[in-house]
Design a binder for this molecule. Structure first.
Ligand SMILES: [Zn+2]
Length: 190
């Protein structure tokens, strides 16, 4: 199932209001254009606070429609579907690393968490996704982008090919790099 990212709740609402006219791929069941809005989806941030992460659409099987009832999730580009934190938190982590902040501090600055356990998981996962990032990097005119200055900090030395890629993304998308990556490629950043 292909993910779909939207820049704002407004653009997401506009899309789900005009689903009949949308050019979505047919459902796996073969039903063409039975997609209909199934409401907002949320991520629970704490006992009292939740935020909208996107909307679900359903291959409608009621009111005379012959879909199968399968659902499909649409996301705001500010959401990291598989991760508790929002995309701007991951962006803060990345920008801190680019600026030479040590890995532990970068993670704690970005997440305000006490533990930095996931910092290495995030780095590892980004390294694994380099192969996904590269086509996007190639499609940017990197020759014209700001010349990348590498800093000889330990964090950069540890992860250099990744950091070069992330620096290019930052020079292109500034401090919206994770959101813009998801919006542009329609693929999850992490
Ligand atoms: Zn279906």
């Amino acid at each position: 199932m292909r993910l779909l990212f939207f820049e704002s709740i407004d653009s997401l609402n506009q899309f789900t209001r005009s689903l009949r006219a949308a050019t979505l791929p047919p459902c796996n069941c073969g039903a063409d254009n039975h997609w209909t809005s199934h409401g907002f989806t949320y991520k629970q941030l704490s006992a009292t606070h939740r935020c909208v992460v996107g909307k679900r659409i359903i291959c409608a099987n009621r009111c005379g429609r012959t879909g199968c009832g399968a659902t499909r999730q649409l996301y705001l580009s500010s959401t990291l579907p598989r991760i508790h934190y929002r995309a701007d938190v991951l962006t803060l982590f990345i920008v801190a690393l680019i600026n030479g902040t040590p890995i532990h501090s970068a993670y704690q600055q970005a997440t305000q968490a006490n533990s930095h356990r996931h910092a290495y998981r995030w780095l590892h996962q980004m390294k694994c996704r380099l192969v996904n990032y590269r086509p996007q990097l190639a499609s940017m005119n990197t020759a014209n982008s700001t010349r990348i200055t590498t800093r000889s900090t330990r964090s950069l030395l540890l992860t250099e090919p990744l950091m070069t890629t992330l620096q290019h993304f930052q020079s292109h998308w500034a401090n919206k790099l994770v959101q813009q990556y998801q919006l542009t490629t329609q693929a999850i950043f992490l």
